[in-house]
Design a protein around this ligand. Structure first.
Ligand code: HEM
Length: 448
């Protein structure tokens, strides 16, 4: 086919069908996204403030986009926060970063972090005992899970803790993530006014200052085998020079956000789901009693907690912390038989795939049984991708899994987490799947 014929064939393809206008729903911004995916199918196209945008929600189409990073590069929405860190970079620079970070995330290395994760859970429960939470004083679940996840990811991955600044860092990263969601998500109504922009900038400054503090502190400390020490001795893949502070900053910010934001959101939704499903909670108690009998899970125990693992997986299905992934078309292209002009923004809607009624039975119900080993062959193909897929697939998957498998049984053997106002826990598609005002909960001691 000649170039002209190819161009004519491409021109004759349809654009993805879609609505002419999209109105946001401030109280439930996920609703229009899910509605459009259901109504218009695997490729739904419309114009947003980012230009022509296609929501991709079919398993095959999502796969095509995520497996082809040269054709569909990552959208630059996180650059403000993590610069050119591993979550944002592409091409040879990304490859070198991934190769450098990879050893820290191999299963065997991650297993060595078990004690650090258990320590974080122990500290969380101690805090609950000391500040009245263990006696029924209500608190916000998301915030407590951030407080649990942050020290673990700092100590395991950066070799340093910033205990004195945990609250400050959590506030700053929450604010930045919140505002970035509006910056980077064409489907969420914009809230950018002068006031909010100032708040976002102030939060970004706190975030950056804290990261520089860790870098300075660690530079002076003895070399270990944590990610930070690896970064200090690494060379830039292109210039051959040692990494400068900015490059190290980008990678540290990536680990902090990648490692603790997503994991804390996962823990928040998992506890929320358990609190809403008494029969699931009962079955978890039965498993913990049988396998652990009150002990903390060892690495060997983790492999025996099949139902706990299924609960973790089902929570990631129903509430995937990374609900969608944005990519930019680098050239005129075709996906799912639709014409994709260069520069099109494609958003793969993971949450729509995970809740597709054509693929899953009762998709809105929390049914961990789906993920028990005996049902493995009934999981629809390519329809479950909480950690993404393709070359950029999550490097921290084992880390997050181990954190859930260690901390959930530890806390759950001691306390029940209770939530009254379940209807207000409406997931919002910010950068991660958050509830803007949080999920108020209280705990009950299980014994003693
Ligand atoms: C439940 C928790 C987690 C979820 C749901 C999650 C989800 C994801 C997803 C969907 C991607 C793909 C991004 C893309 O294709 O653009 C990703 C990539 C990534 N994740 Fe995670 N993640 C989790 C935990 C972690 C942890 C604990 C870390 C680090 C400690 C981490 C670090 C990263 C990094 C560095 C990447 C970029 C990999 C690359 O581009 O090569 N994540 N994650």
């Amino acid at each position: 086919m000649s170039v002209q014929e190819e161009k004519a064939a491409w021109d004759s393809l349809p654009l993805a069908p879609g609505p002419t206008t999209v109105s946001g729903d401030e109280d439930n911004p996920l609703a229009p996204i899910e509605y459009i995916c259901r109504k218009y199918g695997p490729m739904a196209g419309f114009t947003t403030r980012f230009g022509y945008t296609v929501m991709v929600s079919g398993a095959a189409e999502v796969r095509e986009v995520l497996f082809n990073p040269a054709r569909f590069q990552r959208f630059e929405n996180l650059r403000l926060l993590i610069g050119n860190g591993l979550l944002q970079s592409e091409g040879p620079y990304w490859r070198a970063q991934r190769r450098r970070a990879q050893p820290r995330f191999h299963q065997k290395t991650v297993d060595t972090y078990r004690d650090i994760m258990a320590k974080s859970a122990r500290e969380t429960m101690k805090r609950w005992e000391n500040n009245g939470y263990a006696d029924g004083k209500p608190f916000e679940l998301g915030r407590e899970m951030l407080n649990l996840a942050l020290p673990a990811s700092q100590e395991a991955l950066l070799g340093a803790r910033m205990e004195h600044r945990v609250e400050e860092l959590n506030d700053a990263s929450f604010d930045v993530m919140y505002y970035m969601a509006f910056l980077g998500n064409p489907l969420v109504a914009t809230v950018f006014n002068a006031d909010n922009t100032r708040r976002a900038r102030a939060a970004l400054k706190v975030f950056n200052d804290l990261i520089m503090e860790v870098i300075e502190r660690q530079r002076g400390s003895k070399s270990g085998n944590d990610l930070m020490s690896i970064l200090f001795s690494a060379k830039d893949s292109i210039t051959g020079e040692p990494l400068n502070n900015e490059q190290i900053r980008d990678e540290v910010a990536t680990v902090l956000l990648g490692g603790h934001e997503t994991t804390s959101v996962m823990l928040m939704w998992t506890w929320f789901c358990i609190s809403q499903n008494p029969s699931v909670e009962e079955r978890l108690h039965e498993e913990w009693e049988r396998v652990l009998g009150g002990r903390e899970p060892s690495l060997e125990d983790v492999g025996k907690l099949a139902y706990t693992h299924a609960v973790f997986q089902e929570s990631l299905r129903l509430y995937p912390p990374v609900w969608g992934l944005a990519r930019r078309a680098q050239q005129d292209d075709v996906v799912g038989g639709c014409r994709i002009p260069k520069e099109t923004l494609l958003i793969t809607i993971i949450i729509a795939l995970h809740r597709d009624p054509d693929l899953w039975d009762a998709p809105l119900e929390f049914r961990p049984e789906r993920f028990l080993p005996e049902n493995a062959d009934r999981i629809p193909k390519d329809a479950y991708i909480p950690f993404g897929e393709g070359p950029h697939t999550c490097i921290g998957k084992h880390f997050a899994t181990l954190e859930a498998m260690v901390t959930i049984p530890m806390i759950g053997q001691k306390y029940r987490i209770r939530s009254k106002d379940a209807d207000s826990a409406i997931p919002h598609p910010y950068v991660t799947l958050r509830v803007p005002k949080g999920i108020p909960v209280w705990v009950e001691r299980r014994s003693g």
